[in-house]
Design a protein around this ligand. Structure first.
Ligand code: SAH
Ligand code: SF4
Length: 371
């Protein structure tokens, strides 16, 4: 039984929630090397039990029965060129979350969810408007990466960003075990793993003590407390001065450059004074700023900053000595359900980051993970 009171086959919602020992327990009576073989089949090769042809047929069938269900693709959308794929997953208890795979010239990135819903209540965010359902388990997070990695083949998945649904630092332990597993078992380097936070200060401080120097992205959106209190309610708990101090500590401890995310909202946070405040926040941290015009959502029908003024905002920051990337928002129209996943692809801090969302067609995926 989980903390949410749901009972799953195997006691956990995803096969990736089982430890190697627990897997060995399920394979009771089999030779001891089998657990490792199945573990590698799941993680390294992204196979379902019935596809593990190096196992005897009977064992495959037994495993398919015994393993928890994991993620079921309710829908999979892909761009015309197939360079972007977005999944809507149903979890074992019926909750739904999304992940997005994005292929660029120099990298392949998956954007994963860390919670079903989110309790942070940011006014402009579709996930925040829907409220909190539950934390994802470590296995459910790892499984999103494994499924995307398999879909990316023959290209190699290089980056993971926690910019899907949920606040990763509000689900710290499970997210961090997922980060470890993605690093240790899937072999992605820490600098290619990005945690995005709305500013959970104790989480940032904990992150600074970890031995894997992951990339940290802070969703800022406003650099004065009055405006940020409105857009990001968590700011009332951890105001900008505290957030800035935590950012400084993280940069000092990790040696990593920080990114600041800024959704440009028409007439709200895109004035010259906003750019000046952002520059003053970013410069001492030597942070890289990612700008993205807001993706309008049902609960906050304000439009994103029009293109011409995005350019002006960007130039203002550049003149102030701040490194900036503008993210494209062509995917807005395909993404009404979530309103943010496809709009956000920030993973590198220095690339020009052209996105490939384009027009996207819906197809129901009988065999999820296959382009
Ligand atoms: N909770 C974390 C990570 C998930 S949100 C965080 O807030 O950082 C991922 C990113 O999407 C954040 O930068 C968030 O501000 C942004 N976002 C949310 N709603 C958006 C919208 N409607 N348009 C553009 N970006 C949005
Ligand atoms: Fe949660 Fe991030 Fe959305 Fe805010 S922007 S509600 S923290 S998912």
């Amino acid at each position: 039984m989980t903390e949410d009171g749901h009972r799953y086959r195997g006691g956990v919602p995803s096969p990736f929630d089982l430890s190697l020992d627990e897997l060995a327990g399920l394979l009771d009576g089999e030779p001891s090397f089998r657990a490792r073989q199945v573990w590698d089949g799941l993680h390294r090769r992204g196979l379902r039990p019935e596809e593990m042809t190096d196992l005897p047929l009977g064992l495959r069938e037994r495993l398919a029965e015994a393993l928890p269900p994991g993620l079921t693709a309710v829908a999979c959308r892909s761009s015309d060129e197939g360079s972007t794929q977005k999944w809507l997953w149903r979890l074992a208890d019926g909750s739904q979350v999304e992940s997005v795979l994005m292929r660029y010239e120099d990298r392949v990135t998956v954007c994963v969810s860390s919670q079903a819903g989110c309790a942070m209540g940011c006014t402009f965010c579709a996930t925040g408007q829907g409220g909190f359902e539950r934390h994802l388990t470590t296995g459910e997070i790892v499984e999103q990466v494994v499924r995307a990695r398999r879909a990316a083949a023959p290209d190699r998945l290089t980056n993971v960003v926690f910019m899907g649904m949920g606040e990763p630092l509000a689900n710290y332990d499970r997210v961090w075990s997922a980060v470890r597993r993605i690093h240790d078992e899937l072999g992605l380097s820490a600098r290619r793993l990005t945690l995005s936070t709305v500013g959970v200060v104790p989480g940032i401080d904990r992150l600074a003590t970890e031995d894997l120097p992951v990339t940290l992205a802070v969703s800022l959106h406003a650099a004065n407390d009055t405006l940020r209190d409105q857009l990001v309610p968590l700011n009332r708990r951890y105001p900008l001065a505290e957030l800035a101090a935590a950012c400084r500590r993280y940069v000092a401890a990790s040696g990593r450059r920080l990114s600041l995310e800024w959704a440009l909202i028409d007439g709200v946070n895109d004035r010259p004074s906003d750019a000046a405040e952002l520059a003053a926040f970013a410069r001492p941290l030597r942070a890289h700023v990612n700008l993205i015009p807001l993706n309008p959502t049902p609960g906050y029908p304000v439009r994103g900053t029009p293109r011409a003024r995005v350019g002006a905002f960007r130039r203002h920051l550049e003149h102030a000595g701040v490194a900036v990337t503008v993210r494209d928002t062509r995917g807005n129209d395909i993404d009404a359900a979530c309103g943010q996943l496809a709009a956000r692809a920030a993973d590198g801090t220095t690339t020009s980051g052209r996105r490939h969302l384009g027009r996207v067609t819906m197809r129901h995926a009988a065999r999820p993970g296959r382009p």
